[in-house]
Structures are given as structure tokens and as C-alpha cells.
Ligand binder design. Structure first.
Ligand code: PLP
Length: 465
């Protein structure tokens, strides 16, 4: 058992924290100094069991892009599944032998109409973008890691004589199977010798104020050429994230990805774009490949695709996916009707709400508000795009940057006068993710960023004292 995090005055939350610490390994969660307990959520807010309100600066972890519990989304979701008010609430005293007529909840080895609708709508949405026209096949998965695993597996199945994978260093793709194999760098333990890591721009783009267009791609091109020289046709595919997410929020110029794509095309290497966290509007475009002007062979989608219901998908061309036999990409949950209904509801809402211009309006407000945090001395760098930002903590007094990051999370959680800000535990030790739901209103951006400034200013004063 691990000692649970506890905060004074939070009896209910502390009880839950203690129960969890007693019965689940700490490994189940990533570290956060707040270990918030959520009682309920609505829109851009979470509420603690003690009734405090927290601005959600995380959208789960870039999942609830449409906000938490959006009523119309939920109504559509229930409708796709045939969950009528009568079914759910008509007979509260229903006995065990009373059944509803609704869509089959688990359809393994069968097919549902809702799945057929979801696949066709998702492809339609992808095909409506100029760079998504070649995508005609969806491989469903239940989580982002599983999607990445299936994408690489599918890619390798295309040509078994080409057994090697290139991956951008310090990326995060998940913790299982191939997703784990392409996460991190060659320095991590138990590396798969079939994976070779390539560099992603980081230092030269470590603050949004820098001129990204001026960065030279020469060293990156040379690295790729050297790998081709060494391994040649063994190289099967290259996987990258649009921006390095879990590795600390590094958002490259589009020309970097275009260069990767060109290299891949020249050598018939498949170009895999893992936009599990970047999709559904984070970059300012619905799909990140649009924002970066590339036409990947495979696009891995997840998180925001279900707005809270677990679902992921690999979009590719049938010529690539056609090399696998029955069962090779199957599992219990992929293409399950609940996930399909969630995808349809998300697509409905993205069609109905014109969110991208709204995101474009908010981007400069966030840069302005987050840059202002540098005045406190606690923030060194600000990076981001669309509605996904990383603020890098600065060392302060005797505290190292990672300790400062943890103090910021805690101070934001505790807030002031019953209102706080929910942040995730730091990425790459010292980078805090700021990624509220895309539906955050302009005035809420101002209020929440002002609150963050006040909280950080007070924290800096305390740390000085
Ligand atoms: C880019 C990227 N790929 C894959 C994953 C893994 O997704 P999941 O946690 O749903 O398995 C993540 C999760 O954060 C991610 O950010």
C-alpha cells in the first residue's frame, strides 16, 4: 500500500484517496500531486465531493473536447443505441427478467448497423479533407495504444521482408505492444532492436516566440539518409506524433513533417501519423494531418473521437490493410456498438458546431495569458498551437523545475475561494499541459487565465518567503 495523498478539509476526497491507495497499485496512475477526486463534471468544470469548482484545463487527457456531459451529445448517443427514456427510467422497479429492446451492446463476431454508420461517417469526414481522400478503411480499436499497435502490425503485414520501424524520439504512443516499442528513446530499457529512433525538433522550438520557419532540417534529413543507408529496405514504416505530446509539448513547423513524408514516399516506407491526442480540433483543424499539410498512409485516432467513451481507430487505405487474415486485428471490444454510437455523436457535434474558428480566436488569448505567467518567475517557456499548450516550469529559488511544476499543480488545485484549476501531473517532469475543452467561452478563458496568474503569483510569493 502507498501512503495516500491527503489535503486538510477534504474528508470525502481523502476517504476515496485512501480506499484507492489501499486497493490499487500506484502504477495504475501517473503521478500528480493533487490526486483530485471528481464528484461530477459539466462543460468545462469539474466539481470535487466538497463542492469546489475546478476549471478543467485538461479535457480529461485531451478527450472531452466537446466538454463534459454535453447534453445534446448524450441525447444523440442514447438515441443511436435505442436507449429511450422509457427503457432507462420507465420502470425503476424493473425486475431481473424484464428486458429492453435496444441495440445489441456487445456484437462480437457479428455486425451492427450503428457500426456501419460509424465507419461510413468517419470515412466521409476524413475524405472531405483534401489530404484524407485516400483513406477508405477503418481498423477500430478500444484505446489509443491498441490503435498504434494495430497500425504498426498492419504496416508490417504489408511486407514481411521489411521488419523495421522508425519512430520519432521522445514520442508517446502508449504502453503496450508496438505502441510501447515506439515510445521514448533508445536509452529506455528493453528496447526492440527493430525500432530505430529519429530526432524531432525540440530545443530550437522550445518557446512559441521563436521563428520556427527558420529552423534548418538538414540534420534531420541526414539522419534519415544514414538510416536508409544502413538498413535500406528493412525499413517498413515511420511513426510520429504531429507534435510531441507526452514528451513535453513540442510543436514543429509543418515543413518537418512534410520532409518526413517525402523521405517515406521516396523509399516506399509507410508514413504513420499518431494523432490520438491531437485529433478532433486540438491543432485548430479537426484532424492534425490537415494542420501539418501531410497525407499520411495511416492516421491513428483516439481520445477525442469518443469524447469520453473509449474508442480509437486507424484510418488507412484498403491496399495496406488487405494483407491481414481473419482475426489478425480483432478483439472483444473493437467496433463495439457503444463506441460506434459515441463516434457518431462526436461527428454530429463537430458537424453542427463550427468550433475551428472559435479555436482560432482563442489561440492568441491563451498564448498571451500563458506568457504572462512568465512574470511570476515560475514559468520559463510556453509552447503550443490551436488549443493545446505546454508551459515549462522554471527552477525557482532552491526548487528545481520539476518541483516547481508540482507546486503549480497543487496551488491550482487548491485555488482560491472555492474555485481552482485542474491540471495533470507534469509531462516530461516539468511541462504542464493546458488543454481545456474546445467549447470554453472567450470570457471563461480570460477569467481562468487571470485566476491562474493570481494563483501562481501567490505561490511565487510563498516560495520566496
Ligand atoms: C499520441 C498518443 N498516442 C497514443 C496514446 C495512447 O492512448 P491510450 O492511452 O488511449 O492507450 C496517447 C495517450 O496519451 C497519445 O498521446
Amino acid at each position: 500500500m502507498t501512503a495516500p495523498i491527503q489535503f486538510p478539509g477534504e474528508a470525502r476526497s481523502n476517504t476515496v484517496r485512501a480506499q484507492i491507495a489501499q486497493s490499487e497499485p500506484q502504477a495504475l496512475r501517473t503521478f500528480t500531486p493533487s490526486q483530485v477526486v471528481f464528484a461530477k463534471s459539466s462543460g468545462i468544470f469539474h466539481y470535487t465531493p466538497e463542492g469546489r469548482q475546478l476549471y478543467d484545463f485538461t479535457s480529461g487527457v485531451l478527450v472531452s473536447n466537446l466538454g463534459h456531459n454535453p447534453r445534446r451529445w448524450m441525447q444523440r448517443f442514447a438515441k443511436y443505441l435505442g436507449w429511450t427514456p422509457e427503457l432507462l427510467f420507465g420502470a425503476p422497479e424493473a425486475s431481473a427478467d424484464v428486458y429492453g429492446d435496444a441495440v445489441t451492446m456487445t456484437a462480437y463476431n457479428g455486425i451492427t448497423e450503428v457500426e456501419a454508420q460509424a465507419v461510413s461517417r468517419l470515412l466521409q469526414t476524413l475524405n472531405a479533407t483534401p489530404l484524407g481522400k485516400r483513406l477508405d478503411t477503418i481498423i477500430w480499436a478500444a484505446s489509443g495504444s491498441e490503435g498504434v499497435h494495430k497500425a504498426i502490425y498492419t504496416s508490417l503485414a504489408r511486407d514481411k521482408s521489411r521488419d523495421m520501424v522508425l519512430a520519432t524520439r521522445y514520442g508517446f504512443h502508449g504502453k503496450k505492444g508496438w505502441a510501447n516499442a515506439v515510445t521514448g528513446s533508445e536509452k529506455d530499457p528493453e528496447r526492440d532492436p527493430r525500432v530505430k529512433f529519429i530526432s524531432f525538433p525540440m530545443e530550437e522550438i522550445n518557446d512559441h516566440s521563436l521563428n520556427f520557419d527558420q529552423i534548418s532540417l538538414e540534420k534531420y534529413e541526414q539522419e534519415l539518409a544514414a538510416l536508409w543507408g544502413e538498413y535500406g529496405k528493412r525499413l517498413n514504416c515511420l511513426i510520429t506524433e504531429p507534435y510531441i505530446g507526452g514528451g513535453g509539448s513540442y510543436h514543429p513547423p509543418a515543413k518537418y513533417h512534410q520532409m518526413l513524408q517525402k523521405f517515406c514516399r521516396e523509399h516506399d516506407i509507410l508514413f504513420l501519423f499518431d494523432e490520438v491526442q491531437a485529433n478532433f480540433g486540438r491543432t485548430g483543424k479537426v484532424f492534425a494531418f490537415e494542420a501539418y499539410g501531410v497525407e499520411p498512409d495511416m492516421v491513428i485516432l483516439g481520445k477525442g473521437l469518443g469524447n469520453g467513451v473509449p474508442v480509437a481507430a486507424v484510418a488507412c487505405n484498403s491496399q495496406i490493410a488487405g494483407h491481414m487474415k481473419y482475426g489478425e486485428a480483432s478483439d472483444t471490444w473493437s467496433a463495439n456498438p457503444i463506441s460506434s454510437a459515441a463516434v457518431l455523436s462526436t461527428l454530429d457535434e463537430f458537424d453542427a458546431q463550427n468550433l475551428m474558428p472559435h479555436v482560432a480566436e482563442l489561440t492568441p488569448l491563451f498564448f498571451q495569458g500563458l506568457d504572462r505567467l512568465k512574470e511570476t518567475g515560475l514559468v520559463a517557456k510556453v509552447r503550443g498551437e490551436g488549443l493545446v499548450f505546454g508551459i515549462e516550469a522554471a527552477p525557482f529559488g532552491a526548487l528545481a523545475a520539476n518541483e516547481v511544476a508540482a507546486k503549480i499543480v497543487e496551488a491550482c488545485y487548491l485555488g482560491a475561494d472555492g474555485v481552482g484549476i485542474h491540471l495533470l501531473g507534469a509531462l516530461a517532469g516539468k511541462v504542464l499541459r493546458v488543454s481545456p475543452p474546445l467549447t470554453i467561452k472567450t470570457e471563461q478563458v480570460q477569467t481562468s487565465l487571470d485566476l491562474m496568474y493570481q494563483l501562481l503569483s501567490k505561490l511565487a510569493d510563498r516560495l520566496k518567503g
